[in-house]
Design a protein around this ligand. Structure first.
Ligand code: FES
Length: 107
């Protein structure tokens, strides 16, 4: 296993990669058969990374995104996490990219 790290902000001493996680994709030799990708992080990062994985041949049903940032009460009472016909706190918080696309909601 190889761990690749990138940062958005650094202290000036950082010598590693900088920028979005997707900038690291070019350094990965990815075999899509049997690959499962799990994405968590800032909501605005999820869509671009899922699209990048799709472009690299990872099937929609094998890409999972964590949407816990949409949650508030966490117990199905407030409706803050409504996403299409689902409530993220009840039906997730992890959904496949296939589910996300079929729910017709933008992340
Ligand atoms: S977080 Fe309140 S209903 Fe899901």
């Amino acid at each position: 296993m190889e761990l690749l790290v990138t940062v958005d902000e650094h202290d000036g001493e950082w010598q590693g990669a900088r920028g979005s996680v997707s900038t690291l994709f070019s350094r990965i030799e990815m075999q899509t058969e049997g690959t499962v990708a799990v994405i968590c992080g800032p909501t605005e990062m999820l869509g671009p990374l899922a699209h990048e994985l799709l472009n690299r041949g990872v099937p929609r049903g094998q890409i999972f995104v964590s949407l816990e940032r949409k949650m508030s009460c966490g117990v199905g009472k407030c409706g803050h996490c409504s996403f299409g016909s689902k409530r993220i706190c009840i039906d997730g918080p992890v959904l496949s990219w296939w589910d996300v696309l079929n729910l017709g909601e933008e992340i």
